[in-house]
Design a protein around this ligand. Structure first.
Ligand code: ADP
Ligand code: GLC
Length: 482
């Protein structure tokens, strides 16, 4: 039976649709409405970055403090896009130019203080409650930015359970031990079994040690995290939690209202039962980027341009793909060397390669809607959302077989095509050769339009919502609070 009126405090550094740099925001913004029917109501604590209070509109102050790590702060409660938000208004930490983590291409110099403050306030709200008489039954902390919440709870002697979800272990929240005092963390716990990480402090590791349960965003990534290749130095801690039965891999879903080709205002609508209008979006996308009609598939890439995402593998293989009849539109921003190399590729194939450097949410919808293929050749991918959005929009995912990509895409082998379980293309040798081979298979299958349409229909019907996974979180929360 579903729990009733139980309370979750979700602590995170971003949340869609208010502020987003990647999939973390999508997850933090989508989980509450999936948990609510299961009896768990969420309030999300996040920083009041510039302009957010104005976006949310009416808010009420539900907590204040004279001095949090160098300045006064308050928490204001408001609603936006169906979400219950608690905005940490600490101007000395969050009211400044730049994005959530970076300004002019460099990390904010005091990121460890900014997010330790977010975590400290999260713990205070959980322990003492808010002035509108709310106290959570459980705290759900996301990534290194909220990694210290379980630690602050522990050092305060609180028994409120906490879950730390690792969205990407590559980002660990590292700072020097000389900062411990300033951040109200005990120097006596600076040792390898607690706060210390190779002579430094890692907020992610701290959370992994102190949370009641550690979770991550796919079953395969949960396993990968225990290995030397994927654990980024923290594989020992992950393995320790796994051996105690305190590690979960819960697959992300997507918000199927936000990502709904039948109602999406950015595109010509279509749905899984009636995907014919997808071609209108395809033509519009070719027109928008002034590309010729390709004889092969139109692929898209929507991504942070980083090493993780395998952008170098794409750069190596796209010329062959294009010369074999494919076309591609890339939307992304990140590493300047990748941005430059992509602009060179677009200049070399102006009628086959479209490129938009930047972050553009509406354009991303047009890309998914118009594409035959979405390419995700990541070296590692905790879950990945772009392949899920691709499935939902009939853009067949072509993905590296790693992490959540492996858990969500079924390869178009002859057997899976004939038993109608295939939903995309996967490749296990995560290198340029592996990607090239998969791209070649997609070109071949595209020539057989009946098989292609069949594969697309299966992709369009693949489950991508939060249903099962929200129930797994709810069960975990129930277990930890009973
Ligand atoms: P990650 O969080 O590692 O970047 P995910 O696949 O989990 O990767 O999530 C990426 C999310 O960010 C998706 O919703 C994707 O559509 C979006 N996204 C990535 N880059 C851009 C961009 N340049 N413009 C618009 N949306 C983007
Ligand atoms: C991280 C991961 C990505 C995942 C997202 C949401 O950004 O890189 O794989 O989908 O978090 O959990």
């Amino acid at each position: 039976m579903a729990a009733k009126n139980r309370r979750v405090l979700s602590v995170a550094s971003e949340c869609a649709p208010l502020i987003k740099t990647g999939g973390l925001a999508d997850v933090v913004g989508a989980l509450p409405s999936a948990l609510e029917p299961l009896g768990w109501r969420t309030r999300i604590l996040m920083p009041a970055y510039p302009g957010l209070l104005e976006k949310v509109g009416r808010t009420r102050r539900i907590w204040r403090h004279d001095n949090i790590f160098g300045g006064p702060a308050s928490v204001r409660s408001g609603r936006h896009a169906g979400l219950d938000l608690l905005l940490l208004d600490a101007p000395h930490l969050f009211d400044r130019p730049g994005g959530p983590y970076v300004v002019d291409g460099h990390d904010h110099h005091d990121n460890h203080v900014r997010f330790a403050a977010l975590s400290w306030v999260g713990a205070q709200l959980a322990i003492n409650g808010t002035s509108d008489r709310w106290r959570p039954d459980i705290v759900h902390a996301h990534d290194w930015q909220a990694g210290l919440v379980p630690s602050y709870l522990k050092y305060a002697g609180s028994t409120i359970p906490s879950v730390l979800t690792i969205h990407n272990i590559a980002f660990q929240g590292i700072f020097g031990p000389d900062q411990l005092d300033d951040l109200q963390l005990p120097t006596w716990d600076f040792h390898p079994d607690a706060l210390e990480y190779h002579g430094l402090v890692s907020t992610l590791k701290a959370g992994m040690i102190h949370a009641s349960t550690v979770s991550t965003v796919s079953p395969t990534y949960a396993h990968e995290l225990t290995t030397d290749d994927f654990g980024f130095g923290l594989q020992g801690v992950v393995s320790m939690r796994r051996d105690r039965g305190e590690l979960k891999g819960i697959l992300n879903g997507i918000d199927t209202e936000v990502w709904n080709p039948a109602t999406d205002a950015n595109i010509t609508n279509f749905d899984a039962e009636n995907p014919a209008a997808k071609t209108v979006n395809r033509t519009a996308l070719l027109d928008e980027f002034e590309l010729d009609e390709p004889s092969g598939p139109l692929a898209v890439v929507v991504t942070r341009l980083t090493h993780q995402k395998g952008v170098d593998l794409l750069l190596e293989q796209l010329p062959t793909f294009i010369e074999a009849g494919g076309a591609v539109v890339v939307l992304g921003s990140g590493d300047p060397s990748y941005e430059y190399a992509l602009s060179e590729l677009a200049a070399r194939y102006p009628r086959s390669v479209g490129l938009r450097i930047g972050y553009d949410e509406p354009l991303s919808h047009r890309l998914y809607a118009g594409a035959d293929l979405v390419l995700v050749p990541s070296r590692f991918e905790p879950c990945g959302l772009t392949q899920l959005i691709g499935l939902r929009y009939g853009a067949i995912p072509l993905v590296a077989a790693t992490g959540g990509l492996k858990d969500t895409v079924v390869d178009a082998t002859p057997e899976n095509l004939s038993n109608k379980t295939a939903t995309g293309f996967t490749f296990s040798d995560i290198d340029a050769g592996g990607l090239g081979f998969a791209l070649g298979r997609s070109i071949d299958l595209y020539q057989d339009q009946d098989s292609w349409q069949q594969l697309r229909a299966q992709a369009l019907h693949a489950p991508v919502d939060w249903g099962t996974s929200a129930a797994e979180y709810a069960n975990l929360f129930t277990e930890l609070t009973s």
